[in-house]
Design a protein around this ligand. Structure first.
Ligand code: AKB
Length: 337
């Protein structure tokens, strides 16, 4: 009997770092798939590391043949800013790659007779507001409001939410013999701020970029206006959310995609708390109108009551604790070394 393993795609990314550490602590056997080799700090924590593309079907066939996968954390994606520069590549990776992983999970479930739990990080980019007035008036949005994304990344994320729901509920519904349909579960992440990794290609990156620049003593120009407001979350709470959702009893879940969030400061409020911690920091503003337009289309806040009710989502870090207890001390230490 093969031991069940967890597959993490995009394992070398920001979320993957924290997820691998937490899963290895719990004793899970982990296999990873990433376009780049894992950091030396992560490689020893995984049972097997595959380096390649989620669009390499022969590679996925190899994984299917060698391992019994019972959970998939599908993190591999091109983020919002990068996807705007290469929209077709973004669709290829974000959508076709996700379809490949859903087919992989379905075939895994059919081979070992149990549904594979498929955890998918969607994003606040799945929302879209036509203008700032509508965004401000909307306040904290629920999952079924304003799902009109204005970026390729947001379109990709919203469609993959629907694709996952199809695989969970309706896959090949005209074929009588479909067994072990994928158990798709998804969170819409806000901007995630990690103390351990640098941001890569996101439009919410102004928050982590400010902190890391000030901690390194480097000047930084924030690319959005001071009043810009979107929801954020400290990375440990993001990883906790994925693990808690994955472990939740299926019958508790009333929807496929859930909002999660922890705090929603303005860019100016983030700048203030960073300069209070790093008084020598030099943080100005150089607005990038295109990236500003993306962030203005995202909600100022989200209503995460469904996640709290259905599966006990409960972030540990509010705005103050995230900075005072996690981000600032950890990042300060990182650059002292
Ligand atoms: C991005 O900025 O693209 C991501 C996100 C908000 O999904 N961090």
């Amino acid at each position: 009997m093969r031991k069940p393993v967890v597959l993490i795609t995009g394992a070398g990314g920001e979320i993957g770092h924290g997820l691998i550490a937490r899963l290895s602590e719990s004793g899970s056997l982990i296999i990873t798939l990433d376009i780049s080799p894992l950091d030396a700090s992560l490689a020893p924590l995984v049972t097997r590391e595959f380096t390649g593309s989620i669009n390499d079907l022969s590679l996925l066939e190899r994984v299917l043949a060698e391992f019994e996968v019972d959970r998939v954390f599908h993190l591999a994606a091109l983020l919002s800013t990068r996807s705007e520069f290469t929209p077709v590549t973004a669709h290829h990776v974000n959508v076709e790659g996700t379809l490949n992983l859903l087919e992989f999970a379905q075939h895994q479930g059919e081979s070992h007779g149990r549904p594979v739990v498929f955890i998918y990080p969607s994003s606040i980019a799945a929302y879209g507001f036509p203008d700032l007035e509508t965004k401000t008036r909307a306040g904290a949005v629920t999952e079924d409001q304003y799902a009109h994304p204005t970026t390729m990344y947001g379109c990709n994320k919203l469609y993959c939410e629907q694709l996952g729901h199809y695989y969970s509920r309706h896959y090949k519904q005209l074929s009588a013999d479909v067994i072990a349909r994928v158990d798709f579960r998804c969170v819409r992440f806000p901007g995630l701020i990690s103390a351990l990794t640098l941001p890569s290609g996101g439009t919410s990156d102004y928050a982590p970029e400010m902190i890391h620049a000030a901690a390194k003593g480097q000047p930084y120009d924030c690319f959005v206006r001071p009043d810009t407001t979107i929801p954020f979350m400290a990375m440990p709470d993001g990883v906790d959310a994925l693990l808690t959702l994955a472990a939740a009893p299926r019958e508790r879940l009333t929807r496929s995609a859930y909002n999660v969030s922890a705090f929603h400061p303005s860019a100016a409020e983030i700048r203030d708390v960073v300069l209070a911690a790093f008084p020598e920091g030099r943080i100005g503003y150089a607005i990038d109108q295109k990236r500003q337009g993306i962030v203005d289309s995202w909600p100022a806040a989200v209503d995460d009551s469904a996640a709290r009710r259905d599966w006990g989502f409960d972030p540990k870090y509010n705005f103050e604790r995230a900075f005072q207890e996690y981000l600032i001390p950890t990042i300060r230490q990182r650059y002292r070394k």
